[in-house]
Design a protein. Structure first.
Length: 403
């Protein structure tokens, strides 16, 4: 098979996903078009330079509905002969776009793709599109559906993580993100969002709270306790599925869960001939991709089995991986990953994660691949693995090798 290379990876800053957020007046279409233009301009992509734009977004309704990928191409400066494909694998949509593009290149279906995603969570509310697993009783009851926050608390209960464990990880995420920005580690990848006059609207992630400490987090009320315990509550549903648990320990809150933000990201993927034709040097090779289905109730444990799968498929072991990006959807997700593989936190999310900087659903998978690549280059390390948990019980992963 043909090797698939990463030639570029970039993202917007992440804006607070609410009405007073800096990106609130920017539509998903316009932000996507700006990111596509940045890829085009940085890499000299004139004409029909790429086979397709594969774009992830989760809440595909209203202004994020239809084939947003094709609309974004038409709204950008890309050639109109380039088509667009919108995809949705919930929180892994941006990663799945990259993986799909890489595998198309590896299989010979085109020399290059732009892949990534967008989510404007302050404009298009999460869940506003409806989801059968949540709203259709015949499926919800059969699958023992509970909201993701309850799932995160089930992980904490099942695997023995305390409120202090989760809060300590959150404090460290804030500390690392602030240090990364101060050290200009994101400068290569972050592209300022600009208004119609070319003036910057947002140039840095604005969700971060670098002053966060254990004391400030200690005063926050568990976010999912009431919905779990108010009868008939979701805890009762979970305990029917997991009768060995006496109760659900509710440890998650706004401070140790991912932030609701707006943002977009893109990765330029191509074969060797594409790079040679455009005078571009590959930055990394995509060594392996994987996806898997998991228990839909506990839901968020996917990073563990999908990592086991991608390592087995590629003939690698966990010791072959130098750095990890594990999306911080909730603190217990990362804690469980480190516990399962006995991985030191010094190798995981070394520049902070979604607890500090936010989780723009459709973009995050592409964001963490770019962050992983930047850190491999900065640190001189060789191989990295990025992975996410996914709603309704799935996992996705990508292994890249720095060149």
């Amino acid at each position: 098979m043909t090797d698939a290379y990463i030639y570029d990876a970039l993202r917007s800053p992440r804006g607070k996903g609410r009405k007073d957020g800096s990106l609130h007046e920017v539509t998903s279409l316009r932000l996507s078009a700006q990111i596509l233009n940045a890829v085009k301009d940085r890499n000299g992509l004139d004409g029909h330079a790429v086979e397709d734009v594969i774009w992830g977004n989760v809440t595909q309704v209203g202004e994020q509905g239809g084939c947003l990928a094709r609309s974004a191409v038409l709204a950008s400066d890309l050639d109109e002969r380039i088509p667009g494909l919108s995809i949705n694998r919930f929180c892994a949509s941006g990663m799945e776009a990259v993986n799909l593009a890489a595998n198309q290149v590896r299989g010979g279906a085109g020399r290059a793709y732009i892949a990534g995603g967008v989510e404007m969570m302050g404009r298009v509310a999460m869940g506003s599109d409806g989801a059968a697993i949540a709203v259709d009783p015949s499926l919800a009851m059969e699958s023992y559906f509970v909201p993701q926050g309850i799932s995160a608390d089930i992980i904490a209960t099942e695997y023995g993580f305390s409120r202090d464990d989760a809060d300590a990880l959150a404090v460290e995420s804030q500390k690392r993100a602030a240090a990364a920005w101060q050290d200009k580690r994101f400068d290569k990848s972050v592209v300022a969002v600009r208004d119609v006059n070319g003036l910057p609207i947002l140039e840095a992630d604005e969700y971060m709270r670098p002053g966060t400490d254990m004391q400030s987090l200690g005063g926050l009320k568990p976010a999912f306790k009431d919905m779990g315990e108010t009868m008939p509550g979701f805890d009762a549903v979970a305990l029917m599925k997991y009768p060995h648990l006496e109760r659900i320990n509710h440890i998650h809150h706004a401070g140790n869960s991912s932030g609701i933000v707006d943002g977009a990201a893109a990765v330029l993927i191509g074969n060797k001939e594409f790079g040679e034709a455009h005078g571009l040097k590959p930055r990394a090779r995509i060594r392996a991709t994987a996806k898997i289905g998991t228990d839909p109730t506990i839901m968020l444990t996917g990073p563990v089995p999908v990592t086991e799968k991608i390592l087995a498929d590629s003939g690698m072991s966990i010791s072959d991986i130098d750095l990890f990006e594990v999306n911080e959807a909730f603190a217990s997700v990362v804690l469980r990953f480190m516990q399962a593989f006995d991985v030191d936190h010094d190798k995981v999310n070394v520049n902070g994660g979604a607890i500090a900087m936010g989780h723009p659903l459709g973009a995050t998978g592409a964001i963490i691949i770019g962050t992983l690549l930047d850190e491999l280059e900065r640190s001189g390390k060789g191989v990295g693995l990025a992975t996410l948990c996914i709603a309704s019980g799935m996992g996705a992963a990508t292994i890249i090798e720095r060149l």
